[in-house]
Design a protein around this ligand. Sequence first.
Ligand SMILES: [Zn+2]
Length: 393
Amino acid sequence: MSEKKLFPVTVVGSWPRPAWLIQALRKRQASGCAESEFQAVADRAVVECLDAQEKAGVDIPSDGEQRRDNFYSFVVEKLGGMRLMKVSELMDYMKDRARYEEVLRALDVPAFAIKSPIVVERLTEKNGLAQDEVDFAKKHTTRPLKVPLPGPYMLTRSSWFEGLSDKVYGAPEELAKDVVKILRKEVQALKAKGVEFIQFDEPILSQIVYGAESTETFMCAALPNRRDPSDELALAVRLMNETTEGIDGVRFGVHVCRGNWSRKEEVLLKGNYGPMLPYLMQMNIHQLVLEFATPRAGELEVFKEYKNEKEIGLGVVNPRTDEIETPEQIVARVKELAKFYDPEKIFLNPDCGFGTFAERNVNTAEIATKKMAAISEAAKQLRGEFQGKAAAS
Ligand SMILES: [Zn+2]
């Protein structure tokens, strides 16, 4: 334990996709162009993004989700029984289309650019969800890898759509059984491949807690009419624990942010993590990967009540701005937490990915690299200070 490197630097998942990759992705989606053609282009993008992360000093890189359309829709390529549908197409099946359009406008969501994986038949497995990504990435980096996966709650909720899915799965809970089965198998396979860190993305939870009136979210057009938020959160906890039950030897994290689809801060959800923490703490996972780089995220003090219970993946840079945070700013933020939280339990990461949706990079690779380098520099300074302290005591 004592020689453990403090403040490991990692990413949340996605890295900006180069224009030539987005072009290849579009071509593949439109014409079903040769899979090998697309994969060759994506290989190049993954190598470039691993290289950029290594140069920026990232200790636990990801493959940048370069092969994915977005962080949950990519499963459509990996599982049988799903169809990739644009949010704008789903509108035709919506009971209250006008209201939904209003929600999208208010949130600045590009309905034509964001796609959801919708279940239309019983789910069947092919060759895993991220195993091919890991096989390739491992050939191009010796660093431990983080693999983001859609969380069981989000995968269930975003892909069950009334009028399309209910003929096969009568209710989301029925679909959840297959989702959990598939994720458990995946996690075990990734662990066998030596993956260090598996992060489940559960951003819909923030819509439930912070999304005022509207129960719909663009990621989850089908959230049924006002279910009790605490029931939804309890379901998310149960599904997570069923997914990870009895599996050790790999670090599990859950990532919840409050929006990464727009650069307009005012349309993104806000509020501190307080109301959500009682639920997140019940999840049998090691780390909470949370945003803390903007005032929207609220105070770090919410963790005082849950001191050292879990590792915190602390968001210290905003992926959506051009301005590069200084190492000094980052160090100061980390120290606020380290005042009352065990430094051995603090990881450093950006608030979210740099390119969540393929059609809407939130930043450029150049700025992403600079921001990650600033985090690494801050980590170096912090290690000097805290590792020294540990040795002296
Ligand atoms: Zn995020």
